[in-house]
Structures are given as C-alpha cells and as structure tokens.
Ligand binder design. Structure first.
Ligand code: ADP
Ligand code: ZN
Length: 432
C-alpha cells in the first residue's frame, strides 16, 4: 500500500523536524547561487536565524519573472559539471523557464513519482502508456522514470497520434495511462469513431490526469467513458514537474509531498500567509534540490489546504483541486470568472461534446463573452429546435454560476482547435 511507509505516514512533528533540517541545507546551497547570494546579502539575511517553520516567512518570495531575469544560470547552486538534465516549463504564460537537475535531483524526483503512482495502486505488473510530450516538458521523462522504478512496463508513446495510441493500448494491453484531461476527452471521440469501447475492448484500469485545471465533473466524465479510475496529478517544472502533489485512493485532495517541499498558502494581494482551509496562492520551497534550489516560489495556482487528516493514513497535507492560475481569471462586467467554472457547468449538460472555447470581445464599453461549445453529432442534421433547446439550457446553466449571460454558439464535433498539450481555453480580443 505504501512505497515508503515511514516517510508517507511520518508523525507531523517528525515530518516538520525533517523539513527544518532539509531547509537548513537548502539555504546553505541556495546562498551559492547568483540570485539568492545577492538577495540574502541585500536583505542582510542570516540564514542560521531560520530556526522554525514559521521563520520561512522571513525568506524572499521567488517569481517566474525572477527566473526569467537571471535566465538561464542565475539560480544554479552547483558547478555545471554536476548537472545531468535540463527541463523547461511549457511556456503557457511567456518565455519558458529552465530548470537544471543533478543526478541526485533526478533520483529524488523519480522516487516521488514512484511513490505517487504506487499510492494509486500501480504495480510492476502494469503496462503504463505515457501519452505526454517527451522532451523538455516534464510530464514525459518524469513519469517515465517513476514508472520504470516501480517496475512497470513503460510504453513511451508521447503525445498525439490518436489512432496509434488506441492501437498501442489494444496490442500491448495497456492498463495505466498518463494523459492530459482535455486530450482524454478528445481521444474518446476517436475511440468512438473506430468503434472501440475502452470498457469492453481494453484492459485500462488506471489513469493519471494532470498538467491543466479540470473539474471533478470532467474527471467523472472521463472515468465513465474509459472505465478506469483517474487520479489527479499536480506539479510544475520549477518544483520538478509532476510528483509534487498526487491523489490517493480516497480521491479527495492531493497529498503534497512535504518531505520534499514546504507548502504555504498566501493571499496573492497582501502576500500574507493564510490558515489551512482558506483559498489562496500556493507557494512552495524545494527541500531536496541540489542543482537549483528555489525558495518560496509563487506558483500563481489557486487552491487551499484541506484541513484534517486523510483516512488513507498519510500525514502529508492535501491541497484541493487547482481552481486555476491567478492569470487565468477573467474579469467581465466586474465579475471574476475562471475557465474551470464554465467547464464544470458544460460537463453537467448531456449532449455537450468534448471541447469548448471562450472568446472575450469588447464592443464599445461593453464586454461580451462567447462560449463556443462542441456538441454531439446527433444534434446536427436533424431537428434544429433540439439544438436551440440545448443552447438555451447551456446559457441558463452558465448564467446560474457566472451571473452574466454569455453568448453560446454550438458547433460540430472536432471543429474547435485542439492541442496535443495543454488546452487553450480563452481568447481575449479586448484591448486595454
Ligand atoms: P507552464 O507554467 O508554462 O504551464 P509547466 O509545464 O511547469 O509550465 O506547468 C505547470 C502548471 O500547470 C501549474 O503551475 C498549473 O497551473 C498547471 N497544472 C499542472 N497540473 C495541474 C493539475 N493537476 N490541475 C490543475 N493545473 C495543473
Ligand atoms: Zn490520502
């Protein structure tokens, strides 16, 4: 049941002691980097004064812009000879940031992924198909190494090429997959086209869904189609990538591996810490990174810590499903809206297909939201009033949550742009 029972169920006091000891070593290393060396000097920060976890707030926050400014080597805390791997972020919000790893960094990361997948029930008897982009993106090699460490047979399929994915799943009796949720929905349409029913014709039993925000409804829709159990996997390249926080069999929040990271939730406006249970921005510090330690990284991801212990017995705290990035928030007519709110509502409406796109326009002083929604093919070519009823229902559903009436356009399956990586949900045509 556990990959490393001692660490996973460590009593909180012990775990915090371990964190502090590791933090001490991390600060010593961080000082060696150009960025933190200079910053600690300017702040006159005596790292030996950091004696409790509460003192972490004395440390400087780090942002993606800091990483971009000192690109690429300004955060290196070791000689380049010690590095064995480079990865980068996907560049969703600008120039991609790069992260360098030593051999021991890779070993620690691999261990976290093995621990995470093992927790969901993956074993050496599984056949694991990794449908994520390999290369610089962390979702490929990260999971690959973790699955090999468990001893599963790994099929490094990479992203895209849906027909081949299905062929591999069938020919090699794949039991577990790692897949982006929006792609899982798209792939379901290809399964349907080829007449293959994954529940009947495949051995799929486990899935790891990650890399982009998705709602509980979307997870359930994916699970229902494929007949597997799908676990939420969260991470960001600055904190290795996947393997940072992962759902356990309780499927109620993701355990964030606190032996490797210090977790804080802050108010993104005031930057003040928030208590467990309150929603804010996740801030994390690496504890085992040698090559490129990062302190108090502002992830820009909004979540909260779920208070209380998890029935599974693991003591590492859980974060709730990510609501979105602070940058994803749309402000329309004074209302704050996240794409995931739209997605959640759409997933509740039978007849809605597998993709949608939000377009924001400004007419005069008026902001307008258009939601283009793919609907199932049975709605086209027949009775148009059925389509209109569905359209009205979607407008009502969305209005009940986001409080404004969007324009809703229903479109045919597969007509909206799709991506092999993270889905692009919003096009903002408004000029400031
Ligand atoms: P980029 O920041 O350029 O997208 P990364 O590949 O490092 O590059 O992506 C990390 C980000 O992806 C996270 O900060 C988060 O916004 C998003 N993400 C990753 N996994 C999840 C998940 N399970 N749920 C929601 N968002 C996720
Ligand atoms: Zn648990």
């Amino acid at each position: 049941m556990y990959w490393d029972q001692k660490i996973e169920t460590m009593e909180r006091g012990e775990l915090e002691k371990l964190q502090l000891a590791r933090l001490g070593r991390t600060l010593e290393r961080a000082k060696q980097s150009e960025h933190y060396g200079r910053l600690f000097g300017q702040m006159k920060l005596a790292t030996e004064k950091i004696r409790t976890l509460a003192d972490v707030q004395e440390l400087p926050l780090t942002t993606k812009d800091d990483l971009r400014e000192l690109w690429p080597y300004g955060f290196l805390a070791c000689s380049r000879d010690e590095l064995v791997r480079m990865h980068s972020s996907s560049g969703t919000t600008g120039r991609a940031t790069v992260i360098f790893h030593t051999a021991s960094d890779i070993a620690a990361w691999t261990d976290l992924l093995a621990r995470s997948m093992y927790m969901t029930g993956m074993r050496r008897s599984d056949v694991f198909q990794n449908m994520m982009t390999y290369g610089l993106f962390t979702g490929g090699l990260g999971f690959h190494y973790g699955a090999e460490k468990i001893g599963a047979l790994v099929i490094p399929a990479g992203a895209g090429n849906s027909k081949r994915q299905i062929q591999l799943i069938r020919d090699f009796e794949t039991t577990a997959v790692h897949i982006i949720p929006s792609y899982a929905l798209h792939l379901s349409t290809v399964f349907e086209e080829t007449g293959c029913d994954p529940r009947r014709d495949t051995k799929l039993r486990l899935a790891f869904l990650g890399a982009e925000p998705h709602s509980e409804k979307m997870r359930r829709k994916i699970e229902a189609f494929y007949g597997f159990k799908a676990f939420n996997s969260y991470g960001l390249s600055e904190m290795n990538g996947p393997g940072m926080a992962f759902e356990c069999p309780e499927q109620n929040g993701m355990h964030i591996w606190e032996d490797n990271f210090i977790v804080e939730i802050i108010d993104p406006e005031t930057l003040k810490p928030l208590p467990d249970g309150e929603e804010g921005e996740l801030v994390t510090t690496t504890l085992l990174r040698e090559g490129m330690p990062i302190l108090r990284y502002r992830t820009k991801d909004l979540t909260r810590i779920i208070p209380g212990p998890c029935p599974c017995g693991r003591t590492h705290r859980r974060i709730e499903r990510i609501k979105g990035r602070t940058d994803d928030m749309m402000i329309l007519k004074g209302v704050n809206i996240f794409p995931i709110q739209i997605e959640k509502k759409l997933m509740e409406v039978p007849g809605v297909g597998t993709n949608f796109l939000i377009i924001l326009d400004r007419e005069g002083y008026n902001d307008q939201m258009t939601v283009k929604v793919e609907v199932r093919k049975e709605y086209f070519g027949g009775d148009l009033s059925q389509l209109e009823t569905l359209r009205r229902r979607i407008v009502e559903e969305l209005k009940s949550d986001i409080l404004i009436s969007p324009k809703v356009d229903l479109v045919e399956p597969d007509s909206l742009p799709k991506s092999e990586g993270k889905a692009k949900r919003v096009i903002d045509n408004r000029k400031d």
